[in-house]
Design a protein around this ligand. Sequence first.
Ligand code: BGC
Length: 494
Amino acid sequence: MVGLGPKKPPSRKGTGSIADIPKDLKQEIANLERLFVVPTEKLKEITHHFVSELDKGLSVEGGSIPMNPTWVMSFPDGYETGTFLALDMGGTNLRVCEITLTDQKSEFDIIQSKYRMPEELKTGTSEELWDYIADCVHQFVETHHEDLTKLEKLPLGFTFSYPASQSYVDEGVLQRWTKGFDIAGVEGENVVPMFEAALAAKGTPIKLAALINDTTGTLIASAYTDTKMKIGCIFGTGCNAAYMENAGSIPKLAHMNLPADMPMAINCEWGAFDNEHKVLPRTPYDIIIDKDSPRPGQQAFEKMIAGLYLGELFRLVMVDLHDNHETHIFANQDIDKLRRPYTLDSSFLSAIEDDPWENLQETFDLFNEKLSITPTQPELVLIRRTAELIGTRAARLSACGVAAISIKKDYKTCHVGADGSVFNKYPHFKKRGAQALKEILDWPEKTNPKDEDPIEILAAEDGSGVGAALIAALTLKRVKAGNLCGILHPENFV
Ligand code: BGC
């Protein structure tokens, strides 16, 4: 609640207390609470449905959660070695890395460059996208390698963080764009030849060893240093998880006659959970987000949780309260800047939730500077509570996915490696997620507050870089051992 908490600096003049705001705004806050608060019973209901949807995704009939087999078929043992390139195409940045897995157990060296993913590229043409990516890779290798012919010895792990069907680890047919991308001619296609052709056009002789999802990378990179890691999650621009399944529990792979106990990492693509809208408590704002997105009807779960959408949800609430409710917040002010879709990202909400002042001075400044809006003191209280509600709902719903995988796999205790801007930077996200997990799984109170929870969600190792290198190394190991299952181009490892 606003104004409470041990870490607050001495209060500045003014009050951020809900007790002091007018009745109509209090009513408005109560309405928002009714929309956004997800009680324990609802979390349990969602989790229950989630478990059955995970099963459905693995079945022959399939469901809306894709549950993509990734052909990553073992955990690392910490003794993997070699030098690899990794390319990470996330929702916001592009990163190229060179990673050396050293002789020291679980140790690695990394050099890397980050490039901004220009906003226009996300809705541009396929040629522009691959050309830009190949350019970044080319720049990186030119800077770090005098003799480009030696590059052929550096297998590349390409972290392509979108849903892709894989019959082999070194291919990936894009199922659909997510995270606001909308580029024609890529959905339904194998992205690897497009990427390789763009590299070839630049004269960059790189061999792709594996196409990887960021969650699988996170799972493998985290397990490299912590053997208790069982699930890899991303809570960032998008959201998703991967875990290790047994081939025998994947009915849709039965025709391949894999040994039943053979491990197979599954990229759940859980952002698509409840696309049928059976169980998630959607608000009118969630419905608008979906309707106005490039892929309506897709990624129902992700659209309530992921960083790309949190600021937009908040913006929609504010505009609605200004335009349509009796309270008319920001009355007689020009809210044109606030009317621009996607003008606020999740760091805006983070800053509101992080405001340490009793009078919410930083929130006041933020609204002034970014939106040219001057909120009153009671409006600031409403703003803060709205941010809390949206951020808390995201963390609590996220926990349903983690709980569902844990229940499905009967993990009573384990570590979950998590990465992404929301997990790493959004205030209280971890604490709120842990609280929800405790409610869903009915854990008893801890005798010592310092004790670990049975299932702990921890900051992961760099999945898209180190994880990609490790997956390339594990694939190489498999080629050497003569196990070519799920490998299309073993010659890339010679
Ligand atoms: C993508 C996933 C990805 C997640 C996190 C989602 O939008 O579909 O493949 O793992 O974002 O980056």
